[in-house]
Structure formats: structure tokens, C-alpha cells
Design a protein around this ligand. Structure first.
Ligand code: C2E
Ligand code: CA
Ligand code: CA
Length: 710
């Protein structure tokens, strides 16, 4: 928006000389010809008026006595015309005037008189002064015009602004209101003027006197006051949500401008967004949030008239393949197509949702028999499990469906969804393209898990885990190499729970962090009792879970523990599986490097069952390979397994790694291993995992190879 500006216009200044005598005109022209103006002459009053219309005359030298229209008459007519109303006039007269005629001249608006004969210098001086006045007047006039148009412009801005605008005086009364605020308040602009601002505010309620209100206090301190959530009181008794800002106007105005933004539009927008928040933008079905809300309200108004309700959890079979091979657009198309298919099977009061990815849910309301849900599921599978055309490619889809009924399978949204989800997994496990009802056994399994999880937590609380230590024997010398610490959970009542059962659960529930750290500390602390009994140099092997290995703090924790208990790093070995290392190759390399820096040994556990990739063996900084006990168990019967074992032994030798055979149970196995140059054995042949007190009971100087069956 540019403001109107005063512009300097180049002017040709024109003087009009009016005299009925030609000689006077010539004389005047000669006299004034050298000024920086143009002289225009006419010889009658009528001609003067004509010239004034045609020319932009800045000053008129007017002979008073003329035949016909005299000078006074000309002056009177000039003053009557807006165009020439202010044009300065100098009356030129040959006769001396009495006071009356001078006053008459002034009364017509004449600005000056000069008597003939006159002094040319005096005349020029008068002309210059009057012209200067005239210029000032014209500038002022121009400015006034521009001001007027600026005011009109501002007024139109105020009139057309969508925001409500009020000017409020320091006394708290409205002095200006624009049409928008009048509209918002359901009143008129004039009706608002002179009313107190606070009388239009419904909330926050300001009952204190104006001079204690926040509006006034902010204004006093020259600050802008903002109210994001206010309500105006409208003239028809309603309210209108608005956002208000009140800013001080320049000091001398002693008032403030209040701008009110109608928020009802924004509120509606919010409501609209709310709708979007519950719908899945791709398929238009309810999203997870929307579906759980719908299920929640269905449960709230469920009638107990014998009708039942079922939740279906639908998972597409083969969707990932399509998505990966044909691209996301094709995937999206499939999802929309499935959504439309599902809709065809629903009755009006059923509800469909997409939980994300290729998982859909349906709520079947008011079923006569729960078996009806099975019919729907069957039909859905049938509809979906056909060949679909996408981009000229034929794709096959399928669906697995889990069904949970209310109230048998749960009373809450979470229970029902979890039950349906579990049943869906069961259907998938059973070979896909099927549906399954949630069953008590499934529930039983889920329940058992929950109980176990709870027990694990309480075991952690009361420090109820134990470690046992299984000896590792050097096959060549019969010397004790060290012990592998194995976690035990003697969970009262049910007997020992296998680590293979509870460790995965610890990992899933992330409880492994706490237990894992306990194992490190407990094992390292236990090691202190060994040198006295077995001499220096025994190695303690600790198992580290994938999650624990991936923790950034692992190396630091180990460093601190080793220092705390004064254990030489080389006496500690961490056992990790290949899978653990393959989680993130770069990170694993880095972690192994840092462990090597610390001086801690690293063994690959269960070697041979995983990737056994030679490539990574070269990259990783390792010390030990532990041959999985399955190979040891089978090697005497299976040439293949024997080949694996001897290959691993050779591999270890070539790479300079120590090789440990796990699960050695028989003399024959031990002898075979000695024969093939295996370094270390571990297994029930020597001993199972032993409690700390059993460890110190072991004989200290024997040929451990010959020790058996403890
Ligand atoms: P693993 O590291 O391979 O541990 C060796 C497993 O073989 C142990 O089972 C051990 O009792 C068993 N074993 C030892 N000698 C023989 C034998 O001669 N014959 C047979 N049949 N088995 C033998 P356990 O204690 O049940 O541990 C199972 C797995 O649990 C371990 O396999 C390990 O992966 C994990 N685990 C044990 N303790 C811990 C621990 O403190 N932390 C972590 N993260 N995992 C652990
Ligand atoms: Ca191990
Ligand atoms: Ca192992």
C-alpha cells in the first residue's frame, strides 16, 4: 500500500492583466515582461473571466474602472467560482479611493490595491509576495486533497477489513468501530460508539473497573495485550469466540486499537481436522483411532438383549510382496480395492477400520449368533482371495481373519482387539486364508505369558536370579580354562524355567537390560573367589543378548565393573551370537573394536548355526569360536556334522581363533575332539552349570579331561 504523496509539479506562472486601455496593457507588459512569469493581457471584464477559465492564472492585476463589467464585478464573479475563488487579485486604480471603496474591494476578496501611477518595484514586490502566498495555498490544497484521499483509503480498509476493529479511548469507551465488529456483535457501527469496551466481553469476565483491567494496564505500559480465547457478547444474547489483540495507538491519541478475529471459522476447521484425525486418508475408512473410538462407544451402548457383537481382525496375505514388487502406488490401489470389497459385506450399522499397513478391522454389531461372524469372515476371505488386476498385472491376494466376540473374549476395546489380533495370528500360523475364533487356549497362553512377565518383574525386584558356572577344559593339557556363567531362574512353585523360555521374554519386555547388567556384575564379582582356589588366569565367559550388545553404554559399563572388582580385562570373555553381530555390521565392528581396546575377549556363540560367513569373520575382531552343541551331539553319527566340526576347528586354527566345543557329553566325543585338535571343551561330561559353592568344592589340581559326570 503506497501512501498518496505531495508531488512537486513544474508550473508556468501566469499573470493576467485586465485593463480597458490598450496603452496601459502595453505599459504593463513592458513593465512585467522581465519577471519569471508569463503575462497575459485582456481588455475587458468578460475577456478576463474567459481567460481565467482557459488558463491556470496565478494572479490577476485588475483595473477597477472599466466600461461594462468593472473590476469589482469581475472580482465578485471570480469569488463565486470555486476554480478562481482564491486566485489573488491586485486592484489597479487611477483614482484615490475612499475608505468605502477600499473596503468594498476587500469584501470581494481582493487581496491588494495599487494606485496609478505606481512604483514598478513596489508592484513587483507585491506580485512576488502574493504569488508566494498563492503557491503555499496551492500546496496546502494539494496536501488536503491527498489527505482526504488517504483518509478515504484508510476508511475503506477499515470498512472492508474482515477483522473487527475498534478504537477505544483511555476511558474505556469505544470511539470508532468498523462494520466487521458491528457485524460480529450483531449491532451497528453507530450503536457501538460511546459504549464501554468491557460491556461487549463475555469471557474472560472483567468485572473490575476499567482502569484495573488488563486492557488498560497493558495500554499504560505501552504493551500489546493478547487474548487468544475470548468470547464476545453479541447483541442478540449469544456469544462469539474471538482472538483479541489490543495495541496502543501513538501516545497523543490517548487511545488503543482493538482487533478481534472471529474464531468460529477456525473452530469449525478444528472440528474438520478432528474428523480427519479419525479417518484413514487412503481408504476413507476409520483409522486406528477412529475404530477404537467407535468400538468404545459401541461397547458403551451395548444392549443386553441377547444379541452379540464381534470384532474381526483382517490381515492380507501376500500384500507385502505386491507392495515390494509393484511399488507403493499399486499397494495403495490394492488397499483401496480391499476396503471397497470389505464394505460390500457390511451391514449399515457395522463399522470398518484400517489399523495401518494391510490390517483391517470390522465391528459386527447386533449378531443373532456369533457363528454369523464366521459367515462374514468366510465371505470376506472368498472376496479378497481372488486374482486382482493392478496395472495390467495379475496379483493374488489372500486374507487371514481373527474373530473375537463380546463379551466372551473381552470387555474392553483393548481386550477385544488383542484377542482378535491373537486369533488372526493363529489363523496365519494355521496356513493362511482362514479365520479363527479367539479361544480359551489362546487366552491361556496369553495369560501364562502375562503371569510369567509379572513373575520376572518381581524376581528382578527381589534380586531372585542366580548364575551357575560351567567349566571349560583345555583338551591338550587337561587344564581348567575358565567358566561360562549361565543364568538361572528358580521360580518358586513351577521349578526351573529354561533360559530358552524366559530370556526371549526378558528381551521382548526389555527387562533384559536390568538382568543383563546384573549378570555382568554378579559374574565379575564371583570371579574374585577363583584365583585362590584355581590360580590366576581363569576366564569368565558371559552371555550377552542382542539388545544388551546394541546398547551404547555397554563398553563403559564393563570398563567400570572391571575396575571396580580389579579383574584383568583379558580374563573376561563376552559370548555373542552371529545374529547379534549381524544386526548392524558397522556398529558391531565399532563395538568389537572398542572391546578389543578395553582388552576384553569376544567369542561367537552357537557358531555354525547362523551365517557362518567367512567374510565377516575376517572383518570382526574376535578371539573364540564356540561350536554349537547340536553339531557335537551328532558328529559321531553324521559325517556332515563331523565335517562341519572339523572345518570349524581348521578355520579357527587358520584365523588364530580359539575353538570351544559345547555340549560334550561322552568320552567318545571328547576323544574325537582331541584327535581333531579342538582347543577347549565344555559339557555335561565334565560338569553342568555349578552353583558358586559347588565351584569352590571342585578339586583344584587334576587332569580335568578325566573328570567326569559330576
Ligand atoms: P548357550 O550360551 O549356548 O549356553 C549353553 C547351553 O547348553 C546352556 O543351556 C547349558 O546348560 C547347555 N549345556 C551345557 N553342556 C551341555 C551338554 O553337555 N549337553 C546339553 N544338552 N546341554 C548342555 P542353558 O543354561 O539352558 O542356556 C540356554 C541359553 O540361554 C544359552 O545358550 C544362552 O544363549 C542363554 N543364556 C544363558 N545364560 C544367559 C545369560 O546370562 N545372558 C544371556 N543373555 N543369555 C543367557
Ligand atoms: Ca553361551
Ligand atoms: Ca552356545
Amino acid at each position: 500500500m503506497s501512501r498518496p504523496q505531495l508531488q512537486a509539479q513544474p508550473r508556468t506562472r501566469t499573470l493576467l492583466v485586465v485593463d480597458d486601455r490598450e496603452a496601459n496593457l502595453v505599459a504593463m507588459e513592458a513593465l512585467l515582461g522581465d519577471g519569471d512569469w508569463q503575462v497575459h493581457t485582456v481588455n475587458s471584464g468578460e475577456a478576463a473571466l474567459q481567460a481565467l477559465l482557459e488558463l491556470d492564472v496565478e494572479l490577476v492585476l485588475l483595473d477597477v474602472q472599466m466600461p461594462g463589467m468593472d473590476g469589482f464585478e469581475v472580482a465578485r464573479l471570480m469569488r463565486g467560482n470555486p476554480h478562481t475563488r482564491y486566485t489573488p487579485i491586485i486592484f489597479v486604480s487611477a483614482i484615490a479611493h475612499n475608505r468605502d471603496s477600499v473596503l468594498k474591494g476587500y469584501a470581494t476578496g481582493a487581496v491588494d490595491f495599487i494606485l496609478k501611477p505606481f512604483d514598478p518595484q513596489v508592484l513587483k514586490h507585491k506580485i512576488n509576495t502574493l504569488l508566494a502566498h498563492e503557491h503555499n495555498r496551492r500546496d496546502l490544497q494539494l496536501l488536503t486533497q491527498q489527505l482526504d484521499s488517504a483518509r478515504a483509503f484508510n476508511a475503506s480498509v477499515l470498512n472492508n477489513a474482515a477483522e473487527g476493529i475498534l478504537v477505544v479511548g483511555e476511558d474505556g469507551y469505544i470511539s470508532f468501530a468498523n462494520p466487521a465488529i458491528a457485524h460480529m456483535l450483531r449491532g451497528s457501527v453507530d450503536g457501538l460508539k460511546g459504549t464501554p469496551l468491557l460491556s461487549h466481553l463475555a469471557s474472560p469476565e472483567m468485572t473490575q473497573p476499567w482502569r484495573e483491567s488488563d486492557f488498560y494496564l497493558h495500554w499504560r505500559s505501552g504493551a500489546t495485550y493478547r487474548l487468544h480465547e475470548a468470547q464476545l457478547r453479541t447483541a442478540d444474547g449469544g456469544t462469539l469466540p474471538v482472538a483479541i489483540s489490543c495495541s496502543p495507538l501513538p501516545r497523543q491519541q490517548r487511545s488503543m486499537v482493538v482487533i478481534a478475529l472471529d474464531m468460529s471459522v477456525v473452530r469449525n476447521l478444528h472440528a474438520q481436522l478432528e474428523t480427519q484425525a479419525v479417518t484413514d486418508s487412503l481408504t476413507g475408512l476409520l483409522n486406528r483411532r477412529g475404530f477404537t473410538q467407535a468400538l468404545d462407544s459401541a461397547l458403551a451402548r451395548v444392549d443386553r438383549n441377547g444379541k452379540c457383537m464381534a470384532v474381526l481382525y483382517i490381515d492380507l496375505d501376500g500384500f507385502k510382496r505386491i507392495n515390494d514388487s509393484l511399488g507403493h502406488e499399486a499397494g495403495d490401489e490394492i488397499l483401496c480395492k480391499v476396503a471397497r470389497l470389505l464394505e460390500t459385506c457390511m451391514r449399515p450399522y457395522d463399522i470398518l477400520g484400517r489399523m495401518g499397513g494391510d490390517e483391517f478391522t470390522a465391528l459386527l454389531d447386533s449378531l443373532d449368533h456369533i457363528e454369523d461372524a464366521a459367515k462374514v469372515a468366510e465371505k470376506l476371505i472368498e472376496l479378497i482371495s481372488v486374482r486382482h488386476r493392478i496395472d495390467d498385472t495379475e496379483v493374488t491376494l489372500g486374507a487371514s481373519i481373527g474373530i473375537a466376540s463380546f463379551p466372551d473374549c473381552g470387555h474392553s476395546v483393548e481386550e477385544l482387539l488383542r484377542a482378535a489380533d491373537m486369533a488372526m495370528y493363529e489363523a496365519k500360523r494355521a496356513g493362511r486364508q482362514q479365520f479363527r475364533f479367539f479361544s480359551k487356549e489362546m487366552n491361556g497362553r496369553a495369560h501364562a505369558r502375562l503371569v510369567m512377565e509379572e513373575n520376572l518383574r518381581s524376581t528382578i525386584e527381589r534380586n531372585g536370579f542366580d548364575l551357575v558356572y560351567q567349566p571349560q577344559i583345555e583338551l591338550a593339557s587337561g587344564r581348567l580354562r575358565g567358566f561360562e556363567a549361565l543364568l538361572r531362574w528358580d521360580h518358586s512353585g513351577t521349578g526351573d524355567v529354561q533360559p530358552g523360555v524366559f530370556i526371549p521374554l526378558l528381551e521382548e519386555t526389555r527387562l533384559i537390560d536390568r538382568v543383563g547388567e546384573w549378570v555382568l556384575r554378579e559374574g565379575i564379582a564371583q570371579h574374585r573367589e577363583w584365583p585362590e582356589r584355581f590360580g590366576e588366569g581363569l576366564i569368565l565367559s558371559l552371555n550377552v543378548s542382542p539388545i544388551q550388545f546394541a546398547r551404547p553404554g555397554l563398553v563403559d559399563v564393563l570398563g567400570r565393573l572391571l575396575e571396580e572388582y580389579g579383574l584383568a580385562p583379558a580374563q573376561l570373555e563376552l559370548e555373542v551370537t552371529e545374529g547379534t553381530l549381524m544386526q548392524d555390521l558397522d556398529q558391531s565392528c565399532e563395538k568389537l573394536r572398542r572391546l578389543r581396546e578395553l582388552g576384553v575377549r569376544v567369542a561367537i556363540d552357537d557358531f555354525g548355526t547362523g551365517y557362518s560367513s567367512l567374510a565377516y569373520l575376517r572383518h570382526f575382531e574376535l578371539d573364540t569360536l564356540k561350536i554349537d552343541r547340536l553339531f557335537i551331539a551328532n558328529m559321531l553319527d553324521s559325517p556332515r556334522d563331523a565335517a562341519v566340526v572339523s572345518t570349524i576347528i581348521d578355520l579357527g586354527r587358520n584365523l588364530g581363533l580359539e575353538v570351544i566345543a559345547e555340549g560334550v557329553e561322552t568320552h567318545a566325543q571328547r576323544d574325537w575332539l582331541i584327535e581333531h585338535g579342538c582347543d577347549v571343551m565344555q559339557g555335561f561330561l565334565v560338569a553342568p552349570g555349578l552353583r558358586p559353592d559347588e565351584v569352590v568344592d571342585l578339586p583344584s589340581h587334576v587332569d580335568w579331561r578325566r573328570l567326569e559326570g559330576r
